[in-house]
Design a protein around this ligand. Structure first.
Ligand code: MN
Length: 155
């Protein structure tokens, strides 16, 4: 049997209307997880065995949010579309197009789209990475001790 060679994407893949690309499947975010999230899609833009990183594009619909989580790997994020807010540790910030967000290891984080705009962002990660951990009730309680974080989590 000949060795199975995984298909390689073309060197150039054009963007299509909106924020989709040729040869890139639009996936539901974390289909295999019970993690709480709302209205998030995921597209894997770059992922190959000879590249140590992966670049993904996530888009959160207006009013939606990503999972509140933390993990040992780092995220490098660039907002490409729309606006919203992000929680990184105990800090809440408004974010918009072309802003850069670094999520350090083992730091709680969540992204929320504005009520009237989507939030689309590129996310750079290690290809080999650990699975996210979800907050326990005591973690939520500790986060809520900060009024700004409590307001973010309730929004
Ligand atoms: Mn994460």
């Amino acid at each position: 049997m000949p060795e199975q060679i995984p298909p390689r994407p073309a060197a150039l893949r054009r963007h299509r209307d909106g924020f989709t690309w040729e040869g890139v499947e639009r996936l539901a975010y974390k289909q295999d997880s019970a993690a709480p999230f709302r209205d998030v899609s995921r597209q894997i833009l770059f992922s190959r065995p000879d590249l140590a990183g992966e670049l993904r594009y996530f888009e959160i619909a207006p009013g939606g949010h990503s999972t509140l989580e933390r993990h040992g790997h780092v995220h490098g994020v660039m907002v490409l579309r729309g606006r919203g807010r992000c929680l990184v540790g105990t800090r809440v910030d408004e974010i918009g197009e072309r802003d850069l967000v670094t999520i350090p290891a083992w730091t709680w984080h969540q992204f929320r789209a504005a009520a009237d705009a989507p939030l689309g962002f590129l996310c750079l990660v290690d290809a080999a990475r650990d699975r996210p951990a979800l907050p326990k009730p005591e973690d939520i309680a500790a986060l809520r001790a900060d009024p700004q974080v409590a307001a973010f989590l309730e929004s």
